[in-house]
Design a protein around this ligand. Structure first.
Ligand SMILES: [Fe+2]
Length: 240
């Protein structure tokens, strides 16, 4: 499996605090059958995590990959951001101030929990118009989706892809996220399941159970598609 949403890079946000925690997260990922992870620190969040791409972040990524090699932990970590939709994110992506997942056409976009649907669609449309294919991070967690689940189809019709959190399927993010994420899987409307892991203790990168759940709710082939094949295409920047 490949995890496209993981706060594994240390000291940048509310994810891993230090390199030791990052290594422990990597070991958990490998134990659950993950071969590659995209590091997606929170970025462009007003009055909070900025994490615009810079040498310091690149160095941390190199440091972590080197350490994993040294410790013989077979996991490759790729660059990325979880991009908070605010301001001119199209321009920030074009100038690589913000990074799409492994520098592909696929930026991972997060909204404020109470973002209005019209504003979300406008920002997604702007990205699509410029040739990006936005991946909406955990749509099952937003109020505008809880208020009207047709928002799921409206985002897909606009050319977006949708990433569910593994925790939502288990009920860790409340009832609405639980029911919506499971409905999306049973109707095969989700394009990815990712860990959105923040630590080796809670919200971990262990994805094996999510693969099992998706297989049970839908099919093994669909689990492979959204936990393996689609994420691989993102990393290779291939069309989904
Ligand atoms: Fe996240």
């Amino acid at each position: 499996m490949i995890d496209i949403h993981c706060h594994i890079l240390f000291g940048l946000d509310d994810g891993s605090d230090n390199i030791e925690e990052s290594v422990r997260m990597a070991q958990i990922a490998v134990n659950s059958g993950i071969k590659a992870v995209v590091a997606t620190p929170h970025s462009n969040v007003p009055n909070s995590h900025q994490n615009f791409w810079c040498e310091d972040i690149a160095n941390r990524l190199n440091q972590l990959n080197q350490r994993l090699e040294q410790d013989q932990i077979p996991l490759k970590v790729f660059p990325g951001n979880e991009i908070f939709a605010n301001g001119d994110i199209v321009e920030m992506l074009k100038t690589q101030k913000l990074l799409a997942l492994n520098n592909s056409i696929y930026p991972l976009i997060e909204f404020d929990t109470y973002e209005r649907s019209a504003s979300a669609y406008r920002q997604l449309e702007a990205l699509v118009a410029e040739g990006f294919t936005p991946i909406v991070a955990h749509p099952e967690r937003y109020a505008f989706v809880h208020e009207d689940t047709n928002a799921i189809l409206r985002m897909k019709r606009r050319g977006c892809l949708l990433q569910i959190n593994k925790g939502s399927i288990k009920g860790s993010f409340g009832k609405s996220a639980y029911y919506i994420s499971r409905k999306m899987i049973s109707k095969q409307l989700a394009d990815f399941v990712a860990s959105d892991a923040h630590s080796p203790y809670m919200r971990t990168p262990f994805l094996a159970e999510a693969h099992e759940e998706v297989s049970l709710m839908s099919s093994f082939d669909y689990a492979e598609l959204i936990l393996n094949q689609n994420p691989a295409k993102v990393i290779l920047n291939k069309k989904i």
